[in-house]
Design a binder for this molecule. Sequence first.
Ligand code: PLP
Length: 483
Amino acid sequence: MQGTWSTFAGLDLHLDLSATRPRAGLESALRAAVRSGRLQPGTMLPSSRALALDLGVARNTVAEAYGQLVAEGWLAARHGSGTWVAEHAGPAVSSAPPQAQPIGHRARYDMRPGSPDLTLFPRPAWLAAARRALTAAPARDLGYADPRGLEVLRVAIAEYVGRARGVLTTPDRIIVCSGFAQGLELLCETLQANGVRSIAVEAYGHSGYRRIAAAAGLRLMPLPVDDRGADVAALSAPAPVEGERPAVADQAGAALLTPAHQFPLGAALAPARRRQIAGWATQTGAVVIEDDYDGEFRYDRQAVGALQSLAPEHVVYAGTASKSLVPGLRLGWLALPADLAATVAARKLTAGRLTSSLDQLALAEFIRSGGYDRQVRRARLTYRQRRDRLVGALAREVPDVHVTGIAAGMHVLIRLPTGQSEDDVVARAAQRGLALQGLASFQAGEQQLFPALIVGYGTPPGHAFSAAVARLCAVLREVAPAP
Ligand SMILES: Cc1ncc(COP(=O)(O)O)c(C=O)c1O
């Protein structure tokens, strides 16, 4: 099947749609059009009915392709307002996480979420641990190692995640990977090979990880999020009697969640929802991927333990050194159900994606000697003080702005006045040398929340923190002046 699409907002787009897989063909044609700049951010797309007629495909095919591309961040949609090319899509879009994009040369200060303060990396303690570890390591540790990771590190991680995060696991179920990103990629590829076709994701989340899941061939099914975390009820809801799309519950064989600290809204998954998701996975045999990216950084109440402990045979716990140490280490870990551990390890080996044994030796010694715990405590104190300074400054300087998500992590959510354009605020901040990020850039589905900023307080080094906060307050005063 082939269609020429000539009425499209004045653009002439030629789409080759395969007769057997028109939806996949439409998705890739639209991705390519956005990527190449043929479809500019903001361009309205035809209704699914109109496009389906043009192309001679079922309306559902178009609706589902639009839904997938909204979830991947290429398109945006609002009920009643149609579908358009997302503001942050386009030729400049990369598969890297948003925080990995370089900040403009004018941005002296970076308050986008994602990165810790890189100057906090404990260089002397790390060097000492690396030296001790390498001196003592047997020669066999320097060869092609177990794809799950060196045993000494898996033992240290199993002990650490059990003690600090309440994860129920053993060293043979741990897989060390090059960051969460690689762990997620391996998992999604394995699930896809096992017959899983769709994965539920949070309707606001990290676009880089959604793209990893989509690149592995999984369809994304956004779950609404609110101040109690992801609304997982859709996973156990019965199929609708009528309606265009099948229920999420019918399709998703996996779910990717941030239960301890929803990224980016900041809520902890409510206890009833934790039980609900564990029950869904246990009853249906689905797999939940628990992204515990900053679980160590909780300030205001008892640590929220890992969801994994509710269903260890169905939840994959994923941790990372990217927040507690630095992203440049590229070290993360999965605690898996027994059956998945073997297949994910096999895939890691055949794909040649082994993780550096020298870095593993150093991390194992760093954890074993207590250095990791000391670093987490030190970083937690630093970030907590920064959070207090940020929240205090906002309360003084712009008392009307509403700040949420302050109980944990390294970022907060600052609501903007209704009708305020996030892009305008981000542009004003850029003029003052401050890089900011709006909430809309995390949107994955049709759910559309209020205008807001996701403000990271981890990235600016200590000496630049006050100046960064002062610029933030100045921008907010312009757009949300006190009454
Ligand atoms: C939501 C979320 N999950 C996980 C990570 C860690 O990813 P990685 O271990 O690949 O650096 C990050 C880092 O920014 C994140 O924002």
